[in-house]
Design a protein around this ligand. Structure first.
Ligand SMILES: Nc1ncnc2c1ncn2[C@@H]1O[C@H](COP(=O)(O)OP(=O)(O)OP(=O)(O)O)[C@@H](O)[C@H]1O
Length: 249
């Protein structure tokens, strides 16, 4: 696939984060969705694939302290807090499904909110950086976020997450509901963020395009990880070809 290959300055160069998860279980009340999950998110771009209801969003929620969990989660060797506020402070950002922008606020105001933990001088510098990495958003800085197209709003949500200069960025289905050209653009942005030094963990339904930009992938089914590997190998594997791509592709 094609994406804009211009240099991307975003990210936390030199802070190449790794996440290690062991024996993770989580769910909703008595309903356990994830059972004894283990995964390793290395630097670069890792994608989690799987059918609806497999537990992909639940995994991101559990990692970000949005639902209770048991098991071990280590970010660069240190236990990751189970409290969302602390997770953000330790350099993890989540772009949840549905984007959660403030629709009445401008693009600029939404971006500024993303830098709430960053000291003011640094926030100004980050904002300038984000604007130069997402030139489309500079043009739209004064537009109410809610009046933008779905793809543009997704871009604002990713840019807002980058305002906190995360070492690990998690994206929950960034391409959901977008036109093909915007899907390419968003996945290209995820790739460039990874190349600029922020580790990216992305949940995607768009199997073919996601594997084309990712370094590695996991396949989740019914709350368990059933396959993993380098993205090009996974794309050729029978589990992916038969379940998601059609055996002939
Ligand atoms: N708030 C909730 N309360 C109870 N059960 C939930 C809740 N959210 C999700 N579930 C259930 O947890 C399971 C996993 O859902 P999850 O959203 O993690 O799957 P997913 O792989 O992200 O799917 P999708 O691609 O459809 O978002 C499903 O059976 C779902 O019904």
């Amino acid at each position: 696939m094609h994406y804009d290959a211009q240099p991307f300055e975003l990210g936390a160069a030199g802070r190449r984060a790794q996440l290690r998860v062991q024996g993770l279980s989580a769910g909703y009340g008595a309903f356990l969705v994830l059972r004894d999950l283990g995964l390793e998110v290395r630097t670069g771009l890792t994608v989690i694939l799987g059918p609806n209801g497999a537990g992909k969003t639940t995994l991101l929620r559990a990692l970000n302290g949005l639902i209770p969990r048991t098991g071990e989660v280590l970010l660069d060797g240190e236990p990751l807090s189970e409290r969302t506020h602390e997770v953000v402070k330790s350099g993890v950002a989540l772009v949840a499904e549905g984007r959660q922008l403030f629709p009445q606020m401008t693009v600029l105001e939404n971006l500024e909110l993303g830098g709430w933990l960053v000291p003011k001088a640094e926030r100004t510098r980050r904002l300038e950086q984000v604007m130069s990495d997402f030139p489309k958003l500079r043009e739209r800085a004064r537009q109410a976020a809610g009046t933008m197209s779905g793809g543009e709003q997704q871009m604002v949500a990713v840019a807002r997450a980058m305002m906190s200069a995360p070492r690990l960025l998690m994206l929950d289905e960034p391409s959901l509901g977008l036109a093909p050209r915007m899907v390419d653009e968003l996945l290209g942005i995820a790739r460039r963020i990874a190349d600029a030094g922020t580790t990216v963990l992305m949940v995607e339904q768009n199997v073919k395009k996601a594997l084309a930009v990712a370094d590695r992938g996991y396949v989740m089914e019914r709350g368990a990880l059933v396959a993993s590997g380098a993205a090009p190998l996974l794309a050729r594997s029978s589990v992916i070809r038969e379940a998601y791509l059609g055996a002939s592709s």
